[in-house]
Ligand binder design. Structure first.
Ligand code: SME
Length: 162
């Protein structure tokens, strides 16, 4: 079952996300556990693409996100909904792509090496936001619409109750 680190960097983005989604499905087959899913997604995406920080903030109250499974240096523990990139994505229920974090008002710096960021809301079956997937990259402009589509597809498993 162990696949080791899957390097997706030689592939174009649609192929890379196809590979990532397939690996995540295989690894999580038969396991219906959101913490296991968040941990596995974080690891596959983080090492596959070589990011700086990849992980989840979970919605623990109507107004608060708290850190969940992640890969990277120590992240902020809690973020108010509406604050920072994560809080905006949760409040507005949409993916937020930040090409340059220095230009995003209210960006919360956890790792000063971060230059660009994408945050994808995670919905449950009832379309409640239960978490966000946050990815930080050391390069400017790392994330495109292909990343948005690929990542939204990966987290769609939570809306299927998986
Ligand atoms: N930059 C995020 C905070 C979380 S860390 O990057 C891990 C934000 O502005 O919401």
């Amino acid at each position: 079952m162990a696949e080791g680190a899957i390097d997706l960097r030689g592939l174009n983005k649609p192929e890379a996300y196809e590979e990532a989604a397939g690996a995540i499905d295989r690894l999580l087959e038969g396991i219906n556990d959101p913490v296991a899913a968040m941990a596995t997604i974080s690891s596959v995406v983080h090492y596959g693409f070589g990011y700086l920080w990849t992980g989840f903030y979970r919605r623990v109250s109507p107004t608060l996100l708290r850190v969940g499974p992640y890969q990277g240096t120590v992240g902020c523990l809690e973020i108010e909904i509406g604050r920072g990139v994560c809080g905006v994505a949760a409040a507005e229920r949409r993916t937020v792509v930040v090409p340059d974090v220095a230009q995003f008002p209210g960006h919360i710096t956890c790792d000063p090496r971060s230059r660009s960021e994408i945050v994808v809301p995670v919905f449950d079956e009832a379309r409640n936001v239960i978490a966000v997937l946050d990815i930080d990259c050391a390069r400017l402009n790392a994330f495109t619409e292909e990343d948005q589509q690929g990542l939204e597809r990966i987290v769609a498993r939570f809306a299927r109750g998986a």
